[in-house]
Design a protein around this ligand. Structure first.
Ligand code: ZN
Length: 496
């Protein structure tokens, strides 16, 4: 979808559909279009509100077919809800709803009247970003694997959304924000594509290829290590997970240095488990097909570095993705087997389904040794226990560094992501000690606190002087197909 700017008066534009937003306060309608020529639009919106057909509640929409106002054939009004609750996230949701309605009506080009929501959101840059994100994230569909015949192949939905506002300087700021939103949304939709791809289509080799292709034309230096190179690095925990599979592992390394040479990089580490059967500790069959999403942490960090590189951000960032599937083949790890991670620590694998922490442990150790980073953030679908604690509303995270913690919270706030800090203390670390090896990949005694225990295990592979955060993405993945608007990587990693 193309996003463009129109600085003419609305009455001078010609376009199949005009989109306006309306809010409410104390059961009264709040709607305004100043141009006299547009009076008919106000009359339409007030008309449906007064008749009770439209309450301007959040995402509620009314489509006026053949309304013919100036150069517009049709008019779509979408509600923003109560005026005092409106923020950038509201604009994202409302714009996503608008685009869905336009697609339903098979409208190919529409003009959004920025004036109708500007008074609620005076910061033009962030409003522009939110509107673009709503439009592009909200129209996402995954249809790569459906065959289409004849007419179905034709695109019959929104192709162009233009933002209309006659104040040129405000519109410029709005569009600057929209361009950033376009970059983050395209990166997010790329991640959704690779996440939705099934395990037999998206093997570790294919994941690496797709990331490499996506990085073309940017300043990202791309490398994907194969089995031999991973062995040479002595990543015994990562390789252990791979040994029951017919698919080769890949260790994806993407480096983007857009900042000063002296600046130490931030390293993003993501779990790239392309399919998790649980291994010998096999998972129950129900919903096992969703285990193709076990690479979403890896996807998220690939998306984040792509977005930063396309924005030409002045930062130094590295994304690391250990990628394999977890299969119960004849050579698979058995419960009780001991593997040795890259930093020399030995690990008893007492449950082969707790494999995410095994592949991440080697990637975290590699990050510390190779880059001496200013901070490490890892993102993973690591522990389902997080959903027990927070449901599907919040993503959980761990961070002991106060400065990094502040930045993460600020980034979540500005991107409309809901995240919640969980506790990590020494008692959890003690519970991850091994009987026969240094560590066990599952807890010895504790019942519950699965997420804290997972984080405690990972903490053993990060140098104490490096600020580190562990983000759990599970909660955001349970909506089937990742096609809904609220999902991972609206950009919270990017804001750092
Ligand atoms: Zn698992």
């Amino acid at each position: 979808m193309e996003l463009s700017a129109a600085s003419q008066k609305l009455s001078q534009l010609e376009c199949p559909c005009l989109v306006v937003y309306a809010a409410s306060a104390d059961k009264k309608l709040i709607f305004e279009l100043k141009e006299k020529e547009m009076a008919k639009v106000s009359a339409l919106v007030h008309g449906v509100f007064d008749s009770g057909r439209f309450k301007a509640s959040l995402k509620e929409a009314v489509f006026f077919r053949n309304a013919s106002v100036c150069g517009f054939e049709n008019v779509l009004v979408v509600g923003m809800g109560a005026k005092n609750k409106i923020n950038d996230e509201t604009l994202r949701l409302v714009t996503a709803a608008a685009v869905k309605n336009l697609n339903k009506e098979k409208i190919e080009c529409a003009t959004l009247a920025v004036e109708t929501f500007r008074r609620f959101l005076p910061q033009a840059f962030s409003a522009g970003r939110a509107a673009a994100e709503g439009a592009l994230l909200g129209s996402y569909k995954y249809e790569e694997l459906k065959t289409k015949k004849g007419d179905e192949k034709k695109v019959s939905g929104l192709c162009t959304l233009q933002f209309g506002l006659s104040d040129k300087s405000v519109l410029k700021k709005f569009m600057d924000g929209a361009r950033v939103g376009e970059i983050t949304s395209n990166a997010t939709n790329f991640v959704r594509d690779i996440a939705n791809a099934p395990g037999n289509y998206l093997t570790p080799t294919v994941l690496a290829k797709r990331a490499e292709e996506a990085a073309k034309g940017t300043k990202i230096k791309f490398k994907a290590l194969g089995k031999k190179e991973i062995s040479a690095l002595k990543m015994g925990a990562f390789l252990g997970v791979n040994q029951g599979s017919h698919e080769e592992p890949r260790f994806i390394i993407m480096e983007y240095f857009g900042g000063k040479k002296s600046q130490k990089p931030v390293v993003l580490v993501g779990k790239g488990l392309t399919f998790d059967t649980g291994g010998i500790s096999i998972k129950p069959s129900a919903q096992m097909e969703e285990m193709k999403f076990d690479m979403c942490g890896g996807g998220a960090v690939i998306g984040a570095i792509l977005a930063l590189a396309r924005m030409k951000a002045k930062v130094n960032v590295v994304a690391l993705v250990p990628s394999t599937d977890n299969m119960p083949g004849g050579g698979a790890l058995k419960p009780g087997d001991v593997v040795t991670a890259m930093n020399g620590k030995t690990i008893e694998v007492n449950n082969t389904d707790a494999e995410g922490r095994l592949i991440l442990s080697d990637a975290l150790a590699y990050a510390c040794e190779k880059y001496k980073p200013s901070a490490i953030l890892d993102a993973a679908t690591l522990t389902g226990a997080c959903v027990v604690a927070l449901g599907n509303v919040f993503a959980g995270f761990f961070c002991k560094d106060k400065n990094l913690l502040k930045k993460i919270n600020a980034a979540a706030e500005s991107s409309g992501e809901r995240i919640w800090q969980l506790p990590l203390v020494d008692e959890y670390v003690d519970d991850m000690k091994g009987t026969y090896a240094d560590l066990s990949n599952i807890a010895n005694s504790a019942k519950g606190a699965g997420s804290s225990l997972g984080a405690a295990f990972l903490s053993q592979f990060v140098n104490e002087d490096i600020p580190w955060a562990h983000l759990i993405l599970q909660a955001l993945l349970t909506t089937r197909g990742l096609a809904t608007h609220t999902t991972l990587t609206k950009g919270h990693l990017v804001v750092l």
